[in-house]
Design a binder for this molecule. Structure first.
Ligand code: ARG
Length: 462
């Protein structure tokens, strides 16, 4: 337990706060992350107060100098956060007053911690959301690199985890590039909606001072101001939106992880992760485990948890500010940090993954994944698709019976099912043809995958 400093509100109270209650109430151990945003917000506030004639120019100058020196000292490690302060806002104000005296006490005119914290979180998230976008771009780059390498590697595509149709590895990877691109645009959307300044909402009702909220918002790089002071201090929907976007990133990463884990197993062995991103076992000498991918899959639950923690905290809160809302920060900080950590490890893991095309191809030769193409062959020669589908089903059953594959059945055996079959069927159902003929936009052919890579490159450069 810490020896707390005297409370600002001590005048109203006969007794001081119980020390356990004080610890319980305090948030500085996590909201100290927002020191920079808090200080920059306060500098803009002091400028606005002086411009409006609410404080003197000399007080404003003293405040700005004081705040700048605090920022410098925190960043150089000269000034440590005083954990006996309730939160970062109290800390900065107390430190300022310590440094510049009475002028420091004028800073909190025409604002409240309620609008201050709402401002700080928005600024913090705006900065950090951008880091997530940068990391997503790195991951997409790694995917493009691997997709290029694997654009002609044939493997089975799956539905229900049953071999379905032949696809290219590049095509499969490019599906993830699309997902992560949408994740970027989701974050941008959320930030655009969030980027309105709540400062000047004050405790909840606005203020009697002649403030200029628009000036302050503009100084801080917001697109505008929040239009209702109660809403400005009491909603955290922007945190929820961002956390939903992070949860979707994690969901995508988790599906990708699951596939990498499967592909790395001896049952598949389509890829081998680099030693730098795998671990061994303490007992089984042969093991090479995909721990990083597993951890990313595991941490997905944690980010979902953060999202649900905040949604649940907000549910049923009466307007406006309630202390419950202090819980927003640990959830959103954890979500953002976890997502960044996972993206940061994922890009190089994908980049260094070794592709094993022989194993992909071997798997593609089994499982009758060219059966659709055989049915299409008959259909193109005039047979209705449903009839073709039925005949091919019977041929597959015969192959299973004879323990063979479609490519090895003789023309005579084919003819027993339909005399439409000719020698050209073999070319039609070769894996290479199956893939090469799927030239529809977004399809699996090499040319289509190349077009997809090109398209994503363009989107990334926007
Ligand atoms: N530490 C508080 C939070 O994170 C700051 C706002 C406190 N406001 C108040 N009226 N108690 O929410």
């Amino acid at each position: 337990m810490l020896n707390r400093m005297e409370k600002m509100w001590a005048g109203r109270f006969a007794k001081s706060l119980d020390s356990k209650a004080d610890d319980f109430n305090s948030s500085i151990r996590f909201d100290c992350k927002m020191y920079k945003q808090d200080i920059l917000g306060s500098i803009a506030h002091a400028e606005m107060l002086a411009k409006q004639g609410i404080i003197s120019i000399s007080d404003k100058d003293a405040i700005i100098n004081g705040l700048s020196s605090i920022l410098e000292d925190i960043e150089s490690g000269k000034l440590n956060f005083d954990m006996s302060c309730e939160d970062i806002h109290m800390f900065v104000e107390a430190e300022l007053t310590k440094r510049i005296g009475d002028a420091g006490k004028r800073l909190h005119t025409a604002r409240s911690r309620n609008d201050q914290v709402a401002l700080d979180i928005r600024m913090y998230l705006r900065d950090n959301a951008n880091d997530v976008i940068v990391l997503l771009k790195d991951l997409i780059d790694a995917i493009l690199f691997k997709a290029e390498e694997g654009k002609a590697m044939i493997l089975p595509g799956y539905t229900h985890l049953q071999r379905a149709q032949p696809i290219t590895f590049g095509h499969h990877l490019m599906a993830y590039a699309q997902m992560f691109l949408r994740d970027i645009s989701r974050i941008k959307d959320a930030v655009a909606r969030m980027n309105f300044s709540p400062i000047g909402s004050c405790a909840l009702a606005g203020t009697t001072y002649n403030t200029d909220r628009d000036f302050e918002a503009e100084k801080l790089g917001f697109s505008g101001i929040t239009q209702n002071s109660i809403d400005g201090v009491s909603d955290r929907d922007f945190c929820v939106e961002l956390m939903s976007a992070f949860s979707l990133i994690m969901m995508h990463l988790s599906r990708f992880s699951e596939e990498i884990i499967l592909w790395s197993s001896w049952e598949f062995k389509y890829v081998e992760l680099d030693d730098a991103y795998t671990t061994g076992s303490s007992i089984m000498p042969q093991k090479k485990n995909s721990d990083m991918a597993e951890l990313v899959r595991g941490k997905t639950g944690r980010v979902y948890g953060d999202l649900f923690a905040l949604l649940t905290t907000l549910k049923g809160l009466p307007l406006a500010y309630n202390k419950d809302m202090q819980e927003d920060k640990e959830a959103i900080f954890d979500a953002i940090e976890t997502t960044c950590m996972c993206l940061d490890i994922f890009a190089p893991m994908v980049n260094t993954m070794r592709l094993i095309p022989e194993n992909m191809y071997r798997a593609a030769q089994e499982g009758f994944i060219n059966a659709t193409d055989l049915a299409d062959y008959l259909t193109k020669k005039g047979m209705p698709f449903r009839s073709a589908y039925k005949i091919v089903g019977q041929i597959v059953a015969e192959c299973i019976d004879k323990k063979t594959v479609l490519d090895s059945l003789s023309l005579e055996e084919y003819k027993a099912h339909s005399d439409i079959f000719e020698e050209d069927l073999y070319n039609e159902i070769s894996l290479e043809t199956c893939v090469e003929k799927r030239i529809s936009k977004g399809g699996t052919s090499v040319s289509s995958v190349e077009a997809q890579i090109e398209w994503v490159r363009k989107e990334l450069s926007k």
